[in-house]
Design a protein around this ligand. Structure first.
Ligand code: ADP
Ligand code: MG
Length: 334
């Protein structure tokens, strides 16, 4: 199958029954699809040009999320759910913004702002090489302790915004944070997210591939998700940032992680991470959800670190070799 060709509409549609126009609907013919920029088991994200979108005249680069042809009804409803969550959100500098959608027929297209440097996880991994080869050419990814703390702070701001809007993300991890050329981090991938309305808690009814290493014990064992389980995941994300994109709990299987986390085991303090910063992640991993901070408090704690001149992450001591990245683990989302 031709992977670089996205069919925008079915060849023949029997009757062109028009749905009532929604303020978000966008005509497909004003999109030019280019290359794939990201791909999951069922979804694909493409770079595209859109004509006259988002109140701007002329062409704009956008990201278009759609489903592969093998997607099931469940995946279709997940994409529509993701769209519904994004429609309900106002703009925030640290959350990927919905621009428009095409839902009047299949395939459904979700049109978002294009975030050019891609996943934070890969960006952090790529930055490791710069430590060895220097930063002589443009577009250097050379990172300082302050850059990394600032990334975490920005993600916390995005999450503070989502939680104040009643949204639980449920898949917060460095692979779902995107980074711009200006090094602004944005929370993305609402495929798993839910608007929990008044209850503030969500019980999962069905499952799929799970982000075990980012999940709080109550999510792993009781299927309970809340802002506080997102806070747990944020702590793991903070560890990913400090270790430049390492896979959490290196050397442990998913089953080991589940058992050990329930037994009180936590990710260890990386040697090059100062205690003050490690304490923040550790606080996010309180066994009792109500004992964890909320995102407002996490933002305040990180902001306090940013107000000092101290390097909380001593990158010159980063032991490249001792953190490896697991690429595939059966049935696990990494
Ligand atoms: P999935 O549900 O398949 O994980 P994501 O929303 O995480 O989907 O997107 C998959 C990948 O596509 C991302 O990891 C990233 O590389 C790329 N991507 C997603 N959204 C954008 C965007 N708005 N701008 C640029 N790249 C994006
Ligand atoms: Mg993703």
């Amino acid at each position: 199958m031709d992977n670089n060709h996205l069919q925008l509409s079915e060849e023949t549609s029997i009757n062109e029954k028009e749905e009532p126009a929604d303020e978000w609907e966008f005509p497909r013919h004003r999109l030019r699809i280019f290359n794939i920029v990201g791909e999951g088991a069922f979804g694909q994200v493409w770079r595209a040009n859109a004509i006259d979108i988002d109140g701007k005249k002329g062409e704009s680069t956008v990201a278009v999320k759609t489903l592969k042809e093998n997607a099931s009804e469940k995946e279709k409803s997940d994409l529509l759910q993701e769209l519904a969550v994004m429609k309900g959100l106002g703009a925030h500098p640290h959350v990927v913004r919905l621009l428009a959608c095409c839902t009047e027929k299949e395939p459904t297209l979700v049109i978002m702002e294009f975030v050019s440097l891609g996943k934070l996880q890969q960006f952090l991994r790529d930055s490791r090489a710069e430590r060895h080869y220097g930063n002589t050419h443009g577009g250097s990814k050379f990172l300082t302790s302050r850059d990394l703390t600032h990334f975490a702070f920005q993600v916390a701001r995005g999450m503070e915004f989502l939680s104040s809007n009643g949204i639980i993300h449920r898949d917060l991890a460095a692979r779902n944070i995107l980074i711009t050329e200006e090094r602004t981090c944005k929370v993305a991938d609402f495929g798993f997210a839910r608007d929990v309305g008044g209850t503030h808690v969500y019980e999962r009814k069905s499952d799929g591939r799970l982000p075990i290493r980012w999940m709080a014990p109550e999510s792993l064992y009781d299927d309970i998700f809340s802002v506080k389980s997102d806070v747990w995941s944020f702590g793991v994300l903070l560890w990913e940032v400090v270790t430049l994109g390492s896979t959490p709990y290196p050397g442990l299987s998913a089953g080991d992680v589940m058992r050990k986390v329930r037994g009180g085991h936590r990710l260890e303090k990386p040697e090059h991470c100062r205690r003050e910063l490690y304490n923040i992640m550790y606080y996010c991993w309180e066994a009792e959800p109500s004992a964890r901070p909320d995102f407002e408090e996490v933002v305040a704690l990180l902001e306090r670190l940013l107000c000092t001149e101290t390097d909380y992450i001593e990158l010159e001591r980063f032991p490249d070799h001792s953190y490896y990245n697991v690429q595939h683990l059966d049935g696990e989302k990494l």
